[in-house]
Write a protein that binds this ligand. Sequence first.
Ligand code: LRH
Ligand code: MN
Ligand code: MN
Length: 423
Amino acid sequence: MLNKSQIDAHNEKGLAKHKKGFDYVSGIIPDAEGIIKKLTDFQVAIPSWALGSGGTRFGRFSGGGEPSTLEEKMEDIGLLHQLNRSSGAVSLHIPWDIPTDAKAIKSLAADFDLKFDAMNSNTFQDQKDQKLSYKFGSMQHVDKGVRQQAVDHNIEVIKYGQELGSNSLTVWLADGSSFPGQLNFRNAFNNTLESLQSIYSALPDDWKIFVEYKAFEPNFYSTTVGDWGQSLLYANKLGEKAYTLVDLGHHLPNANIEQIVSLLLNERKLGGFHFNDSKYGDDDLTVGSIKPYQLFLIFKELVEGMDARGLNHATDLGWMIDASHNIKDPLEDLLQSVEAINLAYAQALLVDSKALNEAQLNNDVAGAQEILQDAYRTDLRPVLAEARLREGAALSPLGLFREQKIRQQLIGKRGEKTVATGL
Ligand code: LRH
Ligand code: MN
Ligand code: MN
């Protein structure tokens, strides 16, 4: 962990330059203070599986100093939150990160000022002592015994979440088929629905269930919850505590994700997000590293749609990162992702929605584009830095991480050849 004087010394060094930038930008935008307030409230959950270097099916290269216990993962997230004051939540994947001593984990979270966001279940891998295999699916399976095992696992995950104070469950299913003819689509859908209904009936009153969709991988012919239409069908059939979860990497190429987001909000069925970026498939790259304009357009729809529905930006949707890869320092990567999310959010808040509405009513196509791009091309990084400064975080989170040689310190403590649980 960092101490306050290390953060202060770092901020002192960058203050004069920061002030120039902030004075300039706050002078040319209408409401810098309003954006700062919203940024301060907005927290992004860090997935427990992203703190170590991810593998590919070809190999895994340890970055060193990776956390090997849930406690160490919480420490890492606590550190991120100290650096940016924007990652005050954690999303756990069971059984990768079982809170065996929930009380101790809860108090550790309180020490770091972290909350527990959505719990994630895992019926896409077989675990060591598992009775039945998920090789041919879990909730869709032709064998009722396998389906029941998947339901029981999800109910167990809810119990862990209740002990920690979480109030949502994300279900992602790898279920599907890899070859034509392998699966009866209708039976797979109906079996999955029945399984989800059993979980739904065990869901506490104040909980939500998020149904995450994905176009392909690991199945390559069909996926039983393959797109937002299928997810929405399940969410509608389950009831008002069920929502669709959008993972940015789970679409077919060139899908218009911002339109999907807009319509899900219109139906009051958008529950949460997994942020990442991709060029080809579910690449799980750093948020904003490939298509930052798309990210901005998504946030523009989020802001507009949530405002239209009277939703609180910070609390009414689950905001999570779902990125993990194999060559960057995972902590640096997560700092970059949070920064990209906050930047897109701030840019979306800057959109002149009244003028945009007028341009739309006048069919002023060029004018509408100008309004969006004006917001997108305004450099709001000093506004983000100001929000951090006021919260006691670092002007440059990544800069301070490097100055303090935090990775080297972690390697010193945890060792060179570490492997974290996860993908
Ligand atoms: C599937 C997925 C899903 C899993 C996570 C590890 O691709 O996005 O959210 O839980 O990755
Ligand atoms: Mn995901
Ligand atoms: Mn994914």
